[in-house]
Design a binder for this molecule. Sequence first.
Ligand code: GRG
Length: 304
Amino acid sequence: MSEQLWASDSDFAAALAETAKLTDAAINKLIPVPTGLEARVFEAMRYAALAPGKRLRPFLVLAGAQLFSVARRSALQVACAIELVHAYSLVHDDLPAMDNSDLRRGLPTCHKAFDEATAVLAGDGLLTMAFEILAQADTHGDPAVRCELVSTLALAAGAQGMVGGQMIDLLAEHRPDLDIGAITRLQRMKTGALIAFACEAGAILGKAPQELRLALRGYAHDLGLAFQIADDLLDVEGTAGVTGKPVGADAAAGKATFVSILGVERARAQADLLVRQAVAHLDPFEARAELLRQAARFVVDRNA
Ligand code: GRG
């Protein structure tokens, strides 16, 4: 970034904590509560977006942007946009029509804290606001870059990406026969596409050469799958007190997951292999990508 946010030998945990502070302060400003009756939907949006999550996707945006000396303000705009899309997906995923979950990030889910209709609207408001933020002049001086951010995030979040993956995931509850190829495709769409956008956004903002963009795409691909395997392992081995969400849901629903197909040991070995592959994609960035290397390790070692 024009002012470097982190030195290349920085500690990942500290950088993630700083990302959370920066992102939350920016989201706090981006979602003000108006005085009219519509205030309720803004309150629900703030409740969902500012609940204590890890802010991993914003971190990936900021760390990726730093590789291309992108201005901090631009990177932070994109970091907020992706976190709002992520927050929307969690609000809608928790609804009774989908996962029917009462607990998220250690708090009552949005529809429990408010009501179902408000939670649907809060998700809609968060998703729409993400694109409003990307279109703002603050995001990048070049309108072509802003357009590319909008269309790339739309593809990642829409029916060819996260929404399509969620559709397959809902159907997968009744398809315990799905094989590893089908589960991999589902997860690449459901969680991988948004993580890939987070990893590539810095390259878009920095108008990076294609080969460096492809290196980040390779990193993102392996990171996204490793992230999902870790999530499946947490569903089997974690506790709600630590993860902040109910566990055991996949097995209870009879869902095919990486862990149900591979078993715990092979799933963990696969996640470790994916992390090594992800890290290898970062070679062209040499020491400058050290934080992204640490992030890959964190993704499989996390307990929440
Ligand atoms: C409703 C369109 C729509 C999509 C929902 C992402 C998603 C699709 C559902 C979330 C369900 C889930 C638990 C997926 C596993 C991977 C995942 C996205 C975990 C949550 O992300 P973290 O761990 O959460 O980054 P925090 O709370 O730390 O931000």
